[in-house]
Design a protein around this ligand. Sequence first.
Ligand SMILES: [Zn+2]
Length: 239
Amino acid sequence: MNYHHGDLNLTDPTRGYLQFVIYTEPRLGVAGGSLNAEVSIERITSLVQEWRGRLERCEPNALHAALVRQHEMPELFYPCVAEDRDSPAAIAGSGCVCLRTFYDPVFGLPVVARHHRSARSGEERWSYNTYAPLELRPDDVFSRFISFGGLFWVQTKDKVLSLIPQRHGRGYELGYRGGGPHALAAYLSQLAATDGKNTAAGASEDETHPAILDWAQSPSSDRDTNTLTLRDLKVMRRS
Ligand SMILES: [Zn+2]
């Protein structure tokens, strides 16, 4: 694992990788990720569909509790109306506002799905909260960056899809001169400089390549869909 944080050893060589440090202040009822960036997914694009297709349902755990507000923690344990019509999450018979807990088996990341089902129309809507990984798996090699539907994704050489590795407090953005595009350009520069091998979040902004920064700051980069391959990034780095 390339991600290092002071004295913390986030890697367990017998298990491959560990990704989390939970931060809590029990007196205030605060629980949250300390290093990991939370990602909220509202728009169900084709990439979101691919990602959610591999999620596995699981019992709620401490990582799920860190993804919801304090008053919602008990609701993680309420069944869906589809499973129990008398659930506290049921509304007017067949409506529902439950939370469902999953994990992503590829990266071990927790996912909380929010279910809205209208009692009147039966219309269903899902949205998701999860954490971005701090880096891809040890042998994963970056192949493609994809900006799509307001989210940033990466795909590995083996076509594994992941939310882009990100560190808490280092939000990525595109299309203007500011901290978000600079943080993203620094990360993409690191990928280009290491042939896609160093996928750890928290890239040094001192190493940002000017051509990649220009791209990240240009208004045209802020289109709804944008893709950059490792090759594209290496070409930009040579310019
Ligand atoms: Zn439900």
